[in-house]
Design a protein around this ligand. Structure first.
Ligand code: GAL
Length: 648
């Protein structure tokens, strides 16, 4: 399969007279894909039941006639204003019990049966009309589930659905659940929180002090399942009427629902990559790093999501877990409008971001958006074209990539030597019980990913359901808080060096601290006898370099120590090929620990200069320079925004 390019287009926002010209320019530029329709509900159905599909028929025909392939989005992220008149209680509620209002987008509660019915109706109409259209080559469900904090809702509809979900989670005789089993599992004897029946259970917001973590965890799992069910309802309809692949565009660092679970229902995972916006609002970088990478973006954050969404894409045919189909559906083209600061990318960065996605196995990269809109919320968001239609940065850089693609190899995915497990459930559990301000599972996993990338390693991210680790030399599962026995066995049985901890296997599935104490790992001989969180200004220095920050465990047991603090406390222990790390290592500590594990695993590493990253596809090694200046590497000098592709 060829690597391809595309863009996001809103024909309903532009005069009919320019559609042909737009389509011709897209095709001339070398674009293959054009995504349309995902916000167009009021133009498809201006009043309830008044259907206007002629313009969409025409838009698809115009784009198709130019040789473009259409990705058709379902418009369910933007319910029209009349929908609220029909379903006044369809709005999501925030944790303070306030309804989120009309006037932007994503104003719906995933649990509202009336709105779900409306979504089924519009998706059926679209799939009936376009399911066999030769130009509609792929579908997108909704737009960015969970973006703008929309996956979790404390509405009446959510409460009713949550009670039903709990009944099924704790099944009893007949249709009612087993409330005694729920009370036991949650430990409701504590603070006299026992319930006599499921209809007494509320949502875990507005409690006087913290709610029971088991209650919150159940609600988070429920909220995730609601997103999965909402998506599945659309997918089932589309599949019954169309053979084109179905996708969804995920966002960066949105973790409120289990993307592996939605991904299992879809053909292609796509995501929306805004490197400069993310650096300002979700990477967690220091002000100095934000300044340094202001026009390039964080060197690892996009790559992390590329690898994550490759795993979210459903593995098909010969592909194994961790290697599904995936695209970038929206690539930042220039300055965005929504971050605290919105600088322009350095010249060449849009090209670099595009090649980086291909290096991680993307089939397609589409730029958001074709032309900058002079109206409404995103008027200061760049497009490939300026509002007056003149070509802007992304247009020129996409043109360069299109020329380079002509003699580049096809999409390539190969197993990386290193696997890193990522689990949405662990993210929720850490959020529910961080134990120290700012401690986040996502950040812990990202810190390990960064350390691996600084050593020049390519990484596969794997879901926690993985049991086959064949072919990996190194497997990491830091912070994976629930570890079923068969996963422990699979990790014990594999041939890789395995790194676990801190907080790996620290709770059972009901959020109870297990006895024997964690990690209770067969053959390891390590017990976490106490844990503490550390203030940011009290790092614990390690003998030999590096420090533990934020989280520190006291380890007991027979396994030999491999890291100790300066005052002699054991921080990491190893038995056989399994290493337990009892603290949150800083960059220097992780570098030390992972370098040693790579030596033990026989993995060759690189000592990459700051800002330089490498990715292997199996036939090519890519070098990327994210630094704001040229950098000398063993592969030669990389200019600013430099990309080097070397056959291997
Ligand atoms: C994405 C979204 C697009 C657009 C874009 C702006 O999150 O899917 O519709 O709003 O951000 O950067």
């Amino acid at each position: 399969m060829k690597r391809t390019l595309g863009t996001c287009y809103y024909p309903e926002q532009w005069p009919r007279a320019i559609w042909e010209d737009d389509a011709a320019r897209m095709a001339d530029l070398g674009l293959t894909w054009v995504r349309i329709g995902e916000f167009a509900w009021t133009r498809l159905e201006p009043t309830p039941g008044e259907l206007r599909f002629d313009w969409l028929d025409e838009a698809i025909a115009v784009l198709g006639a130019a040789g473009l392939r259409v990705v058709l989005g379902t418009p369910t992220a933007t319910p029209p204003r009349w929908m609220l008149t029909r379903h006044p209680d369809m709005l999501a509620m925030d944790a303070e019990g306030r309804a989120r209002r009309f006037g932007s987008r994503r104003h719906y509660c995933f649990s509202h049966p009336g709105y779900l019915g409306e979504c089924r109706r519009i998706v059926t109409l679209l799939a009936e009309r376009y399911g066999r259209n030769p130009h509609v080559a792929a579908w997108q469900t909704d737009n960015e589930y969970g973006c703008h904090d929309t996956a979790i809702s404390y509405s009446d509809a959510a409460r009713a659905a949550f009670r039903g979900w709990l009944r099924r989670a704790y099944p009893g005789a007949g249709n009612d659940g087993d409330i005694a089993a729920l009370n036991r599992a949650w430990g409701n004897v504590f603070w006299s929180m026992d319930y006599a029946g499921f209809d007494e259970i509320d949502l875990p917001n507005l409690t006087v002090t913290e709610p029971n973590p088991a209650h919150v965890l159940a609600f988070r799992r429920f909220s995730s399942d609601q997103v999965v069910a909402f998506n599945r309802a659309q997918v089932d309809i589309i599949r019954s009427l169309s053979d084109a692949p179905v996708s969804h565009n995920y966002m960066g660092r949105v973790t409120e629902f289990d993307h592996f679970a939605t991904g299992a229902d879809l053909d292609i995972a796509t995501w929306d990559s805004y490197p400069l916006g993310f650096l300002e609002d979700r990477v967690g970088a220091t002000p100095a790093q934000q300044r340094h990478y202001a026009r390039q973006g964080d060197p690892d954050f996009q790559a992390f999501h590329h690898d994550l969404y490759r795993a979210v894409g459903r593995a098909q045919g010969a592909h194994r877990q961790g290697h599904g189909r995936w695209w970038v559906m929206e690539q930042q083209p220039g300055p965005v409008n929504w971050a605290p600061y919105n600088p322009a990318p350095l010249p060449g960065m849009v090209r670099l971001w595009t090649w980086e996605a291909f290096a991680h196995g993307a089939e397609a990269v589409c730029y958001f958006r074709w032309r900058q809109a002079p109206f409404a919320q995103e008027q200061l968001h760049a497009g490939m074209l300026r509002p007056d239609g003149v070509a802007a940065q992304a247009f020129h850089e996409a043109e360069a990539v299109a020329a380079e693609l002509a003699d580049a190899p096809d999409v390539a995915q190969t197993q990386a030597p290193v696997a890193l497990v990522f689990d949405y459930g662990s993210e929720w559990m850490w959020q529910i019980q961080p134990h120290g301000a700012g401690l986040s599972y996502f950040d812990l996993v990202l810190a390990h990913y960064r350390a691996l990338r600084r050593l020049g390693l390519s990484v596969d991210i794997l879901p926690p359901t993985t049991r086959d680790f064949a072919g990996y030399a190194l497997v990491l599962a830091p912070g994976l808080i629930v570890v079923p026995e068969d996963l422990k066995s699979a990790l014990n049985a594999c041939n890789a060096q395995v790194l676990i901890g801190p907080r790996t296997a620290a709770r059972d599935a009901d959020f109870t601290l297990p006895v024997p104490l964690p990690p209770d790992w067969p053959g390891l001989g390590v017990t976490v006898s106490r844990l503490e969180s550390l203030r940011p200004d009290m790092p614990v220095t390690l003998a030999g370099g590096g420090a533990v920050t934020g989280w520190l465990e006291q380890l007991e047991g027979t396994a030999p120590a491999v890291l100790t603090s300066e005052d002699g406390a054991v921080v990491a222990q190893r038995a056989g090929h399994v290493t337990y790390m009892g603290g949150w290592g800083d960059a220097a500590a992780l570098h030390r620990l992972l370098s040693e594990l790579c030596d033990l695993a026989g993995l060759e590493t690189l000592d990459l200069p700051e800002g330089v990253r490498v990715r292997d596809t199996g036939t090519e090694r890519f070098w990327f320079n994210h630094a704001p200046h040229p950098v000398d590497t063993v592969a030669g000098t990389l200019p600013v925004a430099g990309v080097r592709r070397v056959a291997i």
